[in-house]
Every structure is written in structure tokens, then in C-alpha cells.
Design a protein around this ligand. Sequence first.
Ligand code: ADP
Length: 365
Amino acid sequence: MRHIKRISRNAKTNIPIVLISTGLVFILLLLTMIISNGIIIFCVNSGFITGRPGGTPLLPFLLQSGILSIFIGVILTLVLSHFPLRPVSRLINAIHAVAAGNFHVKIRIKHPKEFRELAESFNQMTDELAGIEMLRSDFINNFSHEFRTPIMSVQGFARLIKKGDLPEKDRIEYLDIIISECQRLADLSSRILDLSKIDSLTMLTDAEMYNAAEQIRSSILMLQQKWEEKGICFDLDLEDREINGSPALLKHVWVNLIDNAVKFSPPGGKISLRAVCSGDNFLFQIRDEGKGIRPEARRKIFDKFYQDDLSHATEGCGLGLSLVKKVVELHRGTIRIESAPGQGSTFTVTLPCHGTDTVSLRQSE
Ligand code: ADP
């Protein structure tokens, strides 16, 4: 969209190109005239041409000088057009390279200004394409790793059970591992499905005015078993106000952030949750007393499959926060993190209370 705006803005400023082309045509005509007149004068003076201005016959003279002018004009055009078209041919070669899959190609054009801007936009486009390509290959690597690990573990424990000479206690333990690994695979695939559905959305279509505090309360209840098991208590400050948003999508935001706060809180910890209106915005703030997030990790936690714990010991697959960020962006909101190692984390989501001008959610084609 940014690029489209830039192109349409520049469409108004192409007067210099028109002037340059007109100037070039003018110079070509002038050169053709000077050279052909010079040759004609030389030919007439040395008697190569029989007809002369003011003399007779006039027709052969005009014919000869016309043919000569066309001939010289064609040669001049062929030679001189090569220079202004050089940036265009460089651009064509670069486009061919991109079409062949090379996203690292760059072009440098200094003059004229319009071609320099075209080259800069082209370089920006290849940078973005190279970034997307890197994300795609990272995604495939992580995706395969995340699926392979539980499958290998299910396979290993199923083989042990098949041997049949296991004590009953071990057999039950291995079966429990198989069940939980299958659950992990099922969760992973539904997370990926959610993410790919939400990733392809470009605008909201099911936005409506609804009570977000009510939905946050029901999200906390949904996770009751998890926080009760850890003996976690909640300090709640929920303001019952209506906001404009997609209830189905915002539910992912509350559930993921509450689930993370519970997951990373120490047993017996406290979670403070505030959901209030501040001016024209709806503010959702959740604070835990967990292990906190390192400054280097803070930049990456919204990346798909990123987990700060490399041992992957905590439950989860690193997709929750990228989903949260996408939903918040669709609502034209922001998400902020304040955290320090060992001092807990605070996630703050700010959404416009009255939503965006867009009221419909459409799947991008
Ligand atoms: P996951 O399903 O692994 O929790 P997320 O995308 O929700 O995936 O989170 C990505 C990573 O961000 C987590 O693995 C964890 O390292 C870090 N993280 C998220 N929330 C918190 C939190 N409240 N406290 C500490 N670390 C967190």
C-alpha cells in the first residue's frame, strides 16, 4: 500500500522526463539538420549534387537531401538513444534476475532523479522479498522440528510398549506420554490453522460493539484448572465498557496472554489484570511475577515459533504471541512489553474503543 501511494504520488512529478525526452528529440533534429545541411553544402560546392537551391531542377535536390536527412537521423537516433535507455536495460536485467529467484539483486542509478527513485524502490522491494524468503524458510525449519519431536517420541514409546515385557506402572506412564504428545500435536496443528487463517486476513468484517470485560472474565474462567493447580491468585480491575472489535479474534488475545502469565508465574504467584477505558482507548494490562523476559528475547517473542527456553521444556509452541500481535494490528492497536529477568512481565494491549472505520472482515485472496 505504501508503495502504491508512492507510485501514484510520483506519477504527478514526471514533467522532467517529458522535458528531457522533448529536449532529446529537439537535439536530434537539430543535429540531423546541421549535419545534413553541412553535407549538402559540401556536395553542392564540390559538384556532387546537380540540383542547387535557387537552381534547377529542384525535385531531385529535395529528394536527395530528404533521403540524406532520414539516413543521418536514423544513425544518430540509434547511437544516442543507447545512453538514455541504459538505466532501463539495467532495470530489465534486474527484473529478470528477480523473476529467476535472486532476491539479492540491487541496482544503482544516480541520474535522472526519477530513475534514481525507481532504483531505490526496486532495491527496497528486493530487500522485502529477501526478508519474506528468509521467514518462509525459517518457518518450514521450525514447523518440521516442532512436528518431528513429538512424532519421534510417540514412535519410541509405542515400540517399547509393543515389546510387551514392561511392568504395568511403566506401561501406563508410557501411554500417558503418548497421549500428551498426541495432544501437543493436535494443539500445534490447531494453532497453525488459527494463525494461517488470521494471517490471511486484511481487514475486520465481524466487528461489533460488545463487552470486552465480560469476555476477559470468561477467558480467566476457561483457564481456571491451570491457575488453580498452581495456586495462582488474580487481582482484577475490569471496567464494563463496550468496545468495537471482533469478539472471535480478541478472545485469542486475552486467552493467550492470560495463559502465558499463568504458565510463566511461579506457584502461588499473583497475576494483576486491568482492563479499563482510557480516553478513546481500551487498555488491557496483565502483569505476572514470573521469570521475566531478557531484553534480547523481547525483540523476538512475536516471531513465529520463538521460545526463549531453548530446551522447549515449557508447554507451548511459540505461536501464541505472533497470533496476538496480528489480531491487535488488525484492530489498529498496539502491544507493549515491560519486563526484566527475575522481575515478572507486563503486557499492555491498547485498542481504539470505537474500533476502526472498517467493519467487515474479509479473507484476502
Ligand atoms: P508459547 O506457546 O511458547 O508460550 P508464545 O508465542 O505465547 O508461545 O510465547 C513465546 C515466548 O515468549 C515464550 O516461549 C516465552 O519464552 C516468552 N514469553 C511469553 N510470555 C511470557 C511471560 N509472561 N513471561 C515470560 N516469558 C514469556
